[in-house]
Ligand binder design. Structure first.
Ligand code: TRP
Length: 502
């Protein structure tokens, strides 16, 4: 195992790595999806199940992915090839997924940017019909903000791991946390009205949870922790001997969960205090942060403008540090495989994703009368379902399966033998080693399969037969990855971190 590159182009400090990985994990999933999913699934009961999922399943997959990268000191394709050569195709899948996500994540990032910029404009009445719809359905304005957002992300990636990603995360993540704490305190002090929100968010109602809520919690945990998409493999590959995999993974999981929980603790009390009619079913989907919160800020008067700016700046930071990590996955692979310069590769990938984001912006915003749809879905939902419901569990499964079953050259069901194999390979988790091995070998992969199967069945029920278009497209994408891998990458060297030229 070569771990000496970390000084050349890798994270310098443990805390730098943790903050960067936490930056990837903390995103729209925490500030927006977690709160509304909690409220849709029985409040505190969901939070409880979520925490158990993160602790038992998410952290195990997190350790597996970081370690996969660390042991290979290379991009996901090489990392999987180093486990078993044919598995390299999974590397291609987990590079393709984040690239697809980048194309729509930067659209949402762009919206956020516009909301931050517009915080200080006094809107006649922060009414959806006046603000949200005309903005997102505009042909050029959302594109403009999307491009700015993408440029910001590209500039950071061009700086490389230690001077770009690590440095920016060390500033941005603490800033995000401070803003969040400030907002939570302010929102909790909004008077008696906050009680309804707190009750709504925190009072457990196990009847509203159900089996589907448990599956939703598990899916949300994977999404929120950025698992199954190569991001943690890529970041993990830039860590050296000085970084402890187990400890870092636990810190990342704690930070991510804390941010998600605090976001809800600010949002729901604020809604119940100032705009109680919007509590409940309304507070779901994009509406929560792009439509309802602006109304809430508007009702706060002058301070609301400051708070709105702080809130959306925080969301921008969260989205930016996430988009950096997803774009990095393809930049890393291309620059290592084709020995291209990091700056040029970043520029090209940013342009490609920027071009792909154009139809997505129009589709999700409803420009051109909402006519840009595929199989009945807007493009954002279409890609999001492919990436997060269908393909993401595939990536997470193979990460755990590889660590649990394939590190040992002689396949065995005996966890003690696997434990030894892992120790010899360099993964030592101290007192937790035994639990880890049993989880990663038996429990976590099975739970991931359950998320995959139940997730897809649930979607088929809620969307009906049109959901088959998503399943079939996903299978086609996997088939393409397999063909491309065996045709072009199977026999050839796919590069490592040492091959990067800066
Ligand atoms: N975890 C991010 C969030 O909570 C989003 C995300 C999902 C992501 N998968 C990812 C980010 C992969 C980077 C890489 O919003």
């Amino acid at each position: 195992m070569k771990n000496n590159q970390s000084s050349k182009n890798g994270f310098i400090s443990g805390i730098g790595f943790i903050l960067a990985a936490a930056g990837s994990a903390v995103g729209l999933g925490n500030l927006w999806a977690f709160p509304y999913k909690t409220s849709a699934n029985g409040g505190a009961a969901f939070v409880l199940v979520y925490i158990i999922c993160v602790a038992l399943v998410g952290s195990i997959a997190m350790i597996s992915e970081i370690y996969l990268g660390k042991r290979a000191q290379a991009n996901p394709v090489t990392a999987y090839k180093k486990i078993k050569r044919p598995l390299g195709f999974i590397g291609i899948v987990v590079i393709l997924i984040p690239t697809l996500i980048t194309c729509y994540y930067c659209v949402l990032g762009g919206w956020t940017l516009r909301y931050a910029v517009n915080s200080f404009q006094s809107i006649p009445s922060a009414n959806n019909a006046v603000t949200f719809a005309p903005f997102v359905s505009n042909v050029f304005e959302p594109l403009f903000y999307t491009v700015i957002f993408l440029i910001l992300a590209a500039l950071i990636i061009m700086g490389g791991i230690k001077d770009g990603i690590e440095k920016s995360s060390k500033i941005l993540m603490p800033a995000l946390f401070i803003i969040l704490i400030f907002i939570v305190i302010y929102c909790l002090c909004l008077g008696d009205g906050v009680k309804g929100g707190l009750e709504f968010y925190l009072k457990p109602d196990f009847s509203a949870l159900g089996f589907s809520g448990i599956i939703a919690a598990m899916g949300q945990a994977f999404f929120s922790l950025s698992l199954g998409m190569g991001a943690m493999i890529a970041y993990g590959s830039y860590t050296g001997e000085n970084i402890k995999v187990g400890k870092s993974a636990v810190m990342i999981c704690i930070f991510d969960t804390l941010v998600a929980f605090l976001a809800g603790l600010a949002i729901f009390p604020a809604i119940s205090a100032l705009s109680p009619e919007n509590l409940g079913a309304n507070a779901q989907g994009p509406g929560l942060i792009y439509q309802i919160l602006p109304k809430v800020f508007d009702k706060m008067g002058g301070i609301g403008q400051v708070l709105s700016f702080a809130f959306f700046s925080m969301v921008i930071i969260a989205a930016l540090t996430s988009v950096i990590s997803i774009l990095e996955v393809s930049v890393q692979f291309i620059s290592q495989k084709f020995k291209t310069n990091r700056k040029k590769t970043t520029l090209i990938m940013a342009i490609v994703c920027g071009l792909c984001s154009i139809p997505i912006t129009w589709s999700v915003g409803g420009a051109y009368g909402g006519k840009i749809v595929v199989f009945g879905f807007d493009l954002l939902t279409f890609l999001d379902e492919i990436a997060n419901t269908v393909l993401m569990p595939v990536g997470a499964f193979f990460a755990c399966f590889s660590i649990g079953w394939l590190i040992d050259k002689k396949p065995t069901v005996n966890p003690m033998k696997t434990l030894n194999a892992l120790k010899n390979d360099g993964l030592d988790l101290g007192a937790f080693s035994k639990i880890f091995v049993i989880m990663v070998k038996f429990v976590t992969p099975l739970l991931i399969l359950l998320v995959e199967i139940m997730g897809v069945i649930g979607k088929l029920q809620s969307y009906g037969n049109i959901y088959w278009s998503i399943i079939i497209t996903s299978l086609l994408l996997i088939a393409i990855c397999v063909i491309v891998f065996f045709a072009f990458f199977y026999k050839k060297d796919c590069g490592t971190n040492a091959d990067e030229i800066n």
